[in-house]
Design a protein around this ligand. Structure first.
Ligand code: C2E
Ligand code: CA
Ligand code: CA
Ligand code: CA
Length: 278
């Protein structure tokens, strides 16, 4: 048994070294990827439940890695946050999303572009200036840009963060509370922030129609949000049954695999064209 213990210890220790090596490799790769601007942006549509049309897209970052393939944000955004690199990535994504939005406008499609901002981002007012200059340079109207911040981050905002949000709102962009329902905040607290919409987290949408408590919870969120003049987006809509309940509940928009998986930039215009014909 002792020998086994020893072997196991050695296994764990080399496993840890391997993980440390992998982390260092990822960190170096991340820095190079930022410098070389290799990140790709995928776009996932949001559908208006009232009209059936595409209301806008959410920009979702991907990292094409020479050896590991297309890395999903779940595997590098947390590390980028820890290393203080996420803001640079978010600015690259914003720049691409604005260019995509402008291309859509020029092709005759008025769609909003939503971009995620990570927790560490809003701590500095400098960020507001970077966002302003990216938007100005793009020629895409600020009014058609949505910045998503998570509910848990919104709850941790100090006065500096709130001021940054207010300055962002003054640029004309809208703010959305992401992953709503996971952070135990109150809508009345959120209403003190310059927020235009909430995105109901996928975990609540999943069991809509099968779990009566989740169905009621979503109905309650929609009602409360509307009474505060907030619009509501449901995330992770995968089934037509979920969509029709959300429509009955007067949820404003649906996002999820049912409508489309996130798509590369090259597919966006064709997608919009096809939706218009349908
Ligand atoms: P999120 O902001 O909540 O984005 C939604 C995630 O749910 C996306 O994962 C999307 O592909 C996935 N999703 C959409 N519809 C469905 C569905 O019907 N079913 C299921 N099972 N999943 C669905 P993705 O692209 O892997 O992004 C994961 C998270 O990484 C995002 O969660 C966001 O928090 C973060 N992220 C992505 N792009 C960026 C970025 O540019 N900047 C920052 N700071 N964070 C980002
Ligand atoms: Ca989001
Ligand atoms: Ca979300
Ligand atoms: Ca989420």
């Amino acid at each position: 048994a002792k020998a086994e213990g020893k072997g196991r210890f050695r296994f764990y220790s080399s496993d840890m070294t391997q993980r440390q090596e992998r982390r260092l490799e990822l960190e170096a790769g991340l820095r190079t990827a930022i410098a070389d601007r290799v990140f790709q942006v995928y776009y996932q549509p949001k559908q208006s439940l009232k009209h059936g049309s595409v209301a806008g897209f959410e920009a979702l970052v991907r990292w094409p890695h020479p050896e590991l393939g297309l890395i999903s944000p779940a595997d590098f955004v947390p590390l980028a946050e820890e290393l203080g690199l996420i803001t640079q990535i978010d600015m690259l994504v914003l720049e691409q999303a604005c260019a995509m939005g402008k291309a859509c406008l020029e092709a005759g499609h008025r769609v909003t572009m939503a971009v995620n901002l990570s927790s560490l981002d809003l701590k500095s007012l400098e960020l507001v200036e970077s966002i302003r200059s990216v938007i100005d340079a793009s020629g895409f109207p600020a009014e058609m840009i949505i910045l998503e911040i998570t509910e848990s981050f919104a709850m941790e905002l100090g006065s500096g963060g709130i001021e940054a949000l207010e300055r962002l709102a003054a640029l004309g962009v809208s703010l959305a509370i992401d992953d709503f329902g996971t952070g135990y905040s109150s809508l009345s607290y959120l209403k003190q922030l310059p927020v235009g919409s909430v995105k109901i987290d996928r975990s609540f949408v999943r069991d809509i129609g099968t779990d009566s408590r989740d169905t009621m919870l979503v109905q309650t969120i929609v009602g409360l949000a509307h009474s505060l003049d907030l619009s509501v987006v449901a995330e992770g809509v995968e089934m037509t049954s979920q969509r029709s309940i959300l429509r009955d509940q007067e949820c404003d928009e649906a996002q999820g695999y049912l409508i489309s998986r996130p798509m590369p930039a090259g597919d966006v215009l064709a997608f919009l064209q096809a939706e218009e014909m349908a």
